[in-house]
Write a protein that binds this ligand. Structure first.
Ligand code: HEM
Length: 177
């Protein structure tokens, strides 16, 4: 689903020719033939993003973050109950590990999901730890920013990558502004 959404995003933002160029340049094993229910190696996503960054004079970080921001609109449209059920952004983010991704796994048993831990929470700040065998922390950052939009609030997000031997760990400090 993330892959098909990513190709839609690239098409909408940069045009369909860019989608083809990016897939050709990235030379991914699947050839870019993704379905919403399939599971693909996350290394393909990295290769696609690197190819796109090179072609658009942008960085992988900026692309993935912007994509995450837009992906939150798709999630809000397709899974409105997850947003409705939470009263505010911090409740929503705090419910990812125990509720949202648990339900996602029921729908997509092969889903590869990260872990989120709330380290600290006040009325205006959430400190939130991302941990995954995959390196998709930037996607989280975009999803956090986009999710804030779903609750009509604006946030400042500081990301601090923590040293880990495998995968990625990022501490997000999210301030309501
Ligand atoms: C309605 C809300 C949400 C839904 C339906 C949802 C669903 C999903 C799905 C289907 C995947 C793909 C798994 C795969 O390709 O195997 C995924 C992965 C992921 N989700 Fe969520 N998600 C939601 C909210 C969030 C939010 C708010 C964040 C960030 C704060 C987040 C962070 C991630 C990340 C980073 C991954 C990539 C896998 C990894 O890093 O290990 N998700 N999610």
């Amino acid at each position: 689903m993330v892959f098909t959404e990513f190709l839609d995003y690239v098409g909408a933002r940069f045009g369909d020719d860019m989608v083809d160029d990016m897939i050709d340049a990235a030379n991914v094993p699947s050839g870019g033939a993704y379905t919403a229910v399939g599971t693909y190696n996350h290394a393909e996503m990295v290769a696609l993003c690197e190819a796109l960054a090179e072609r658009t004079n942008s960085s992988v970080r900026d692309i993935v973050c912007d994509f995450g921001d837009r992906l939150s609109d798709t999630f809000a449209r397709d899974f409105p109950d997850f947003y409705r059920r939470a009263n505010n952004l911090f409740d929503f983010l705090s419910s990812i590990d125990d509720h949202i991704h648990v339900e996602v796994r029921k729908l997509y048993p092969d889903a590869e999901l990260p872990h989120f831990v709330v380290e600290r929470r006040t009325a205006t700040q959430l400190v939130f730890l991302y941990r995954s065998p995959r390196r998709m922390g930037h996607l989280s950052e975009g999803l956090i920013i986009g999710s804030a939009r779903q609750y009509d609030v604006t946030v400042r997000v500081q990301s601090d990558e923590l040293p880990v031997e495998q995968g990625m760990a990022v501490r997000f400090t999210i301030d309501l502004i």
